[in-house]
Design a binder for this molecule. Structure first.
Ligand code: NDP
Length: 247
């Protein structure tokens, strides 16, 4: 089974990379289930997918709540009968220097970018183990590969996600559950991501970077589609993607 007829759950689907992925996968015949907190945005996207002939549903999801993640999976099964891919994409990036001690924002990033991914794994892993198939895809970041000033906590959460995916892949191989995992490391992508930065210096530096180069989120969506589209016995693990002119 390739993309068509797979049920793909997407967290952080109300904008940016998640929204683009939902639209692209639905256009290729997947049944997409969109999760995020802004239901007005989700409804708009789902309606527009349906107008284009795609199959989509949405669920109000805060990834920091373990029970909501479980309910998201139950909802997807009720809607479409199966759960085949979990795209753990929700994230935020309130960058700042460590010396600014924005500890609330540190916690927020750990809660959404890391614990949110763990909650998603816990919600769907029993399903994947039981059916001996399934795929996790996560949006890490180039910040999960390379350290940079103002990006300490964000980067730490994104490094962690890489580890989770790789260990899941290895354990699944050892346990014979055929679960696939892929990690995507985007560079500058044109989305709403910078909106959560409150530190003035970090905001200016990040705005300068994103003003110099960024590509649209549909480019990342095509990587998501590529990972899903591989034969079931084939795991593609890691993708770095960014503008050609970004050093
Ligand atoms: P956006 O800000 O456009 O999207 C972020 C998404 O995360 C939104 O849909 C938002 O939905 C959702 N989200 C945030 N907090 C929560 C929460 N508690 N529960 C559920 N959903 C939540 O940015 P991107 O599309 O860029 O971000 C997607 C992923 O890509 C993130 O993990 C980000 O770190 C990563 N990334 C982005 C890069 C870029 O340059 N844009 C580069 C590298 C990685 P809502 O507010 O409705 O809940």
């Amino acid at each position: 089974m390739t993309i068509a007829n797979k049920t793909v759950l997407i967290t952080g689907a109300s904008s940016g990379i998640g929204e683009s992925s939902a639209r692209l996968l639905a256009s290729k015949g997947a049944r997409v289930v969109l999760g995020a907190r802004r239901t007005d945005k989700l409804k708009e996207i789902v309606d527009s997918i349906a107008q284009d002939g795609g199959q989509a549903a949405y669920y109000k999801l805060d990834v920091t709540d373990p029970q909501q993640n479980k309910d998201f999976v139950v909802f997807a099964k009720e809607q479409f009968g199966s759960v085949d891919v979990m795209f753990l994409n929700a994230g935020l990036m309130p960058s700042s220097p460590l010396s600014a001690l924005k500890t609330d924002e540190w916690n927020q990033m750990v809660d959404v970018n890391l614990k949110g991914v763990l909650n998603g794994i816990a919600a769907v892993l029993p399903e994947f183990v039981g059916q001996k198939s399934g795929q996790f895809i996560t949006t890490s970041s180039v910040a999960g590969l390379k350290a940079y000033p103002n990006g300490a906590v964000y980067g730490a959460t994104k490094w962690a996600v890489r580890d989770l995916m790789e260990v899941l892949r290895m354990e699944s191989a050892m346990e014979g559950t055929h679960i696939r995992t892929a990690t995507i490391y985007p560079a500058a992508i044109q989305t709403e991501l910078l909106s959560t930065i409150t530190d003035p210096g970090a905001k200016e530096a990040m705005n300068q970077t994103y003003d110099s180069y960024q590509i649209t989120p549909d480019r990342v969506a095509s990587v998501v589609a590529f990972a899903i589209d591989q034969p079931e016995d084939t795991n593609v693990s890691e993708f770095t993607i960014g503008p050609t002119i970004q050093p």
